[in-house]
Structure formats: C-alpha cells, structure tokens
Write a protein that binds this ligand. Sequence first.
Ligand SMILES: CC(C)(COP(=O)(O)OP(=O)(O)OC[C@H]1O[C@@H](n2cnc3c(N)ncnc32)[C@H](O)[C@@H]1OP(=O)(O)O)[C@@H](O)C(=O)NCCC(=O)NCCS
Length: 198
Amino acid sequence: MSIMPGIPPEAPLQGSGIALAAWDNAFLPALLPLFRDEPSLRLYQPSAYAVLDLEGLGRLLSDWNDGDRHVVLAILEGTTLAGLVNVDDLDPEARSAEVGLALLPGPFRGRGIGRKAMECLLDYLFGDVGLHRLQARIHEENKPSLRLFDGLGFRREGVLREAALRDGVHRDLVLMSLLGREWRSARNSAAPGTGNRP
Ligand SMILES: CC(C)(COP(=O)(O)OP(=O)(O)OC[C@H]1O[C@@H](n2cnc3c(N)ncnc32)[C@H](O)[C@@H]1OP(=O)(O)O)[C@@H](O)C(=O)NCCC(=O)NCCS
C-alpha cells in the first residue's frame, strides 16, 4: 500500500489493447533489455543513468516501487511485458504526482502503446485515485515523448534550465502538466467510437 488509497490497483487496469498491472519482480528479466539500452535510458531518466544487471535492476525497481510515494506498474500487451509506467512524488495533500513511462526497445514502440498506457494511467489516477495534478519532465530532444504528452493534453509550463546532466553537459528538461478537470473535459468531449482524441 502506498500513502494514497487505491495505489497500486488491486486488479490490473484494462486499457485499449493493453493492461497496467502492479509490478511483479517476475517481470524483471523481460525488463532488462530496456535497462541495457543506453539510448532509451538517456531519454527516460532525468539525470544519472546506468546500464544494469538483473540484481542491480531488482534493487532499482524496489527503490522506485517503494510502496509509499513511488509506484511502478507493468504495461502488458496480453501477458507480455511491453514496458512500465512510473508514478513518483505522490503528494496526498496536494493530490499531485509525477508520471513517466518507457517501452521496451524494438517492436513495442511506434504503435500507440505509449499513448494507450498513458490514457489508462490518467483515467485511473484522475478517476479512481482522485489526483488533481500530474506533471512530467521530458528531455528537450525527446520528440516522441513530447508529442505523446502534447497529444494527451499536457500543457508546457516551462523549461527546467540545464536540470539534467548528460556526458558532463547540462541539458534542459521541459516541464508539462495536466489537471484532472482538463483530462475529464477532454475525455467527455471526445466522441465515443470516432477515435477523436484524447
Ligand atoms: C516515448 C515512448 C514511451 C513513446 O511510446 P510509443 O508507443 O512509441 O509512442 P506512440 O506510438 O504512442 O506515439 C506517440 C506520439 O509520438 C509520435 N512518435 C512516435 N515515435 C516517434 C519518433 N521516433 N519521432 C517523432 N515522433 C514519434 C507518434 O507519431 C505519436 O504522435 P501522434 O499521436 O501525434 O501521431 C517510447 O518511445 C519510449 O519508451 N521511449 C524511451 C523512453 C522514454 O523516452 N520515455 C519517456 C520519458 S518521459
């Protein structure tokens, strides 16, 4: 249990062609290729990154999925691990948190899985859990991610100047946010079955 009731979900969250399930260490071997893919890690992690072995990855996931303010959910396509979503810095008073995601390198990318996983996560966090605000910090050069969060209705609040460190060089992060009422309003105005977004 985290400090927020409803997190993690008791049963997998069903999205469109994907599900989000409470993290299970049985997924670790399938996750390892992501953490051995340096280009992915450079975009996924805001600062230091490391290419890990299975033991190191287990320690990292326990740290990220601390059962309190930080939660990781597995993205499943059928029964296959496609990636993960992370919810960080849960604040039960302000009802806010930060979100992120990463898909395994290769065939899971570029098919809309990232968008579907985030839609499912936003429905859950703004709906079932009742959060008020979500934010994301995205590397300025991460075009797929910026496009994904733009498409979900996140607004660009500004730039965290030189907040990330890569190869000894400080780089900018884009700060984006979405409020619960904005998500509900966008969801309600999307005509069902037309594919209109979000
Ligand atoms: C970012 C990431 C999660 C996107 O997931 P995905 O399933 O591949 O993305 P989707 O297929 O849902 O596409 C999302 C949008 O990005 C666009 N996109 C996808 N790949 C792209 C690319 N290589 N260049 C530019 N745009 C791209 C899509 O066209 C889509 O935009 P649209 O809906 O306006 O057409 C995935 O690429 C990833 O895991 N990257 C590595 C880790 C990472 O960067 N995480 C984000 C940290 S915040």
